[in-house]
Design a protein around this ligand. Structure first.
Ligand code: TRP
Ligand code: ZN
Length: 482
């Protein structure tokens, strides 16, 4: 069924066009006048213009930025827990996707001391959470460039989120708990803060000796201590959405090794959760190896998990290092966060309204884990959920996550139910082949709900529009059960 695809594309396109029009209208006057060329109209089209203040996600108009694509972030930072001062330099390597007279980075708070573009001083202004950078000379479309931002100050995490409490860089008694979904990375580094622009990361973080810094990926070098401070050097060498980046720090007990399948492991617990370190280690290793047999090869170079004592009440699937905030995770939630490494982290969403591609899949992974580990069929879990009269499940269509209630239970549970009904309709062989084709085709990239529906129809050879329409997009309890 073709209904949704075109409608969604049209909606996005018209928003992008409105954004562009608004930009050229309000900023056209300040754009540098191009040198006169033969064919004046062409010269104007090729002129460098300001990059848009948002990447074009209609529900999050200020998130991310337009006009460039980040390839790599190099963050050289220092954090002092007693004074809560974060300082340092973020170097951002990017490619211009249009001629740029200026561009934005997302940054919340801090004093910005200096900005350079390609090592030449650049002027900048602050406008809400936008850091507006004007390079000394315009950047040509297609050109690679490097922005360096020197900044310092006290982190101010996002606090008023309707169903997530506090997120971003959260100072704790002994360090910081850093979990940034959906848009809290701007509370600790200047960035293109939207999952549609993924990049690799280097982290060099200096803290008082005795403090451990845990970032994504693997350590590039052993921690180096001198003069009372220690510097940790981490690298995430696979593309990562900004919200999955972390530099969680504090006192930690650490256990490293390899999973039985040979994947390097890093597990850490705050001293208050020391008794859970082995369980965290073993369960993260087991679920990583098991999912590799179900979803396709593990996409990253290492796996693991971290339990901190900050009571967020949530876990977040930070790339290679899921984090559990102030509670003892059970195997189901570990299976959920590890499943996100495939669904959300390697294959990322392009727009936040497609969040069920992350949460519905990770929730269904919990049901699959229960089936595998406890012998309780996913069908039983489905029936229990279907019997629930809980209104949000039936009133909130999970295929269109809403900004004000992004993490609604429906996005998780009804998203998972959608996958189960799909599995019943197309059969286990086609269903699991579909999951592996999905993770393979979009590995390290971005995807949309429309692409999933299309692939499901292609892999199964069955029309599935009625199923997805009822389960993802209708505000009532579906009657289609297979
Ligand atoms: N993605 C998380 C999960 O499902 C939930 C979450 C969303 C979260 N935003 C967060 C957790 C911010 C911590 C901080 O497991
Ligand atoms: Zn999740």
């Amino acid at each position: 069924m073709q209904l949704r695809g075109p409608r969604r594309v049209t909606a996005v396109l018209s928003t992008v066009m409105i954004t562009l029009t608004a930009c050229s209208a309000s900023n056209g006057a300040t754009a540098p006048t191009p040198a006169p060329l033969a064919g004046g109209v062409r010269a104007t089209v090729a002129a460098a213009l300001p990059g848009a203040a948002g990447i074009g996600d209609p529900d999050f108009p200020e998130d991310g930025n337009g006009g460039y694509d980040v390839g790599h972030y190099a963050l050289k930072l220092a954090y002092d827990p007693p004074t809560k001062n974060l300082s340092g330099t973020a170097s951002v390597r990017a490619t211009a996707t249009q001629g740029l007279s200026r561009f934005d980075l997302d940054l919340h708070g801090y004093t910005v001391h200096r900005v350079s573009v390609d090592d030449k001083p650049a002027s900048f202004t602050r406008r809400g959470d936008e850091l507006v950078v004007s390079p000394a000379s315009p950047i040509a479309k297609g050109a690679a460039f490097k922005v360096a931002v020197e900044y310092a100050g006290r982190p101010d995490p996002v606090r008023e989120s309707p169903n997530l409490g506090t997120y971003g860089f959260i100072p704790t008694a002994d360090g910081a708990f850093v979990t940034s979904e959906p848009n809290g990375s701007k509370t600790w580094f200047p960035c293109n803060d939207h999952p549609a622009d993924k990049a690799t990361f280097d982290f060099d973080v200096t803290v008082p000796a005795g403090t451990t810094v845990i970032a994504n990926g693997e350590m590039r070098a052993a921690p180096a201590t001198s003069g009372g401070t220690t510097t940790f050097a981490w690298r995430e060498s696979n593309p990562m959405a900004t919200y999955l980046a972390t530099i969680t720090m504090g006192r930690f007990d650490v256990r490293t090794g390899k999973t039985r399948g040979g994947i390097p492991m890093y597990a850490a617990t705050d001293p208050a959760f020391r008794r859970k370190l082995d369980f965290l280690y073993d369960t993260s290793a087991r679920t990583t190896d098991y999912w590799a047999t179900v979803f396709g090869p593990y996409p990253f170079k290492s796996t693991g998990g971290v339990i901190d004592d900050f009571s967020s009440g949530y876990a977040l699937e930070n790339q290679t290092k899921p984090m559990y905030g102030g509670f003892e995770p059970d195997a189901n939630i570990i299976a959920h966060e590890i499943a996100h490494q495939w669904f959300g982290n390697s294959v990322s969403i392009t727009r936040w309204k497609d969040l069920w591609l992350n949460e519905g899949f990770a929730t269904y992974a919990e049901w699959l884990w229960t089936e595998h580990d406890k012998g309780v069929p996913a069908q039983k879990t489905f029936e229990d959920m279907y019997a629930v009269a809980r209104a949000p499940l039936w009133e909130y269509p999970p295929g269109v996550a809403r900004r004000q209630d992004l993490f609604n239970v429906s996005v998780y549970t009804r998203g998972a139910m959608t996958l189960h009904v799909l599995r019943r309709r197309i059969g286990d062989e086609a269903f699991f082949r579909l999951l592996r084709t999905w993770t393979d085709r979009h590995k390290y990239g971005n995807a949309t709900t429309g692409q999933f529906i299309e692939l499901a129809e292609k892999v199964s050879g069955k029309p599935l529009g009625d199923l997805f329409d009822a389960w993802l997009f209708k505000a009532r309890r579906p009657t289609i059960l297979r």
